[in-house]
Design a protein. Structure first.
Length: 90
């Protein structure tokens, strides 16, 4: 039952409609803004025509979640900090 309801909710998403979370405000925009851009890229990929692949369900679920935007933002900043650290050490 849950699986059927989840699939119905996912496939009701129209191709031209975006269900991205709101852009972060204030100091959070600096920290989580890059993660929101990743979500925007994922949403743009979903707009491309093509068959319904198995990965589209997961991408569609993550696009609508502000939690994943925060996670991706933190990951991008950590990768940037590690890259700067490696450049400074070498």
């Amino acid at each position: 039952m849950y699986h059927t309801e989840t699939q119905t909710a996912m496939y009701d998403h129209s191709r031209m409609e975006s269900n991205l979370p709101a852009w972060p405000r204030g100091p959070q925009a600096l920290l989580f803004g890059p993660g929101w851009l990743v979500l925007k890229l994922m949403d743009t990929i979903l707009q491309c025509p093509g068959s319904e692949a198995s990965w589209r369900d997961e991408v569609r679920r993550q696009c609508g979640s502000s939690f994943y935007g925060r996670v991706y933002g933190v990951i991008l900043w950590l990768m940037l900090a590690l890259m700067v650290g490696v450049l400074l050490v070498s």
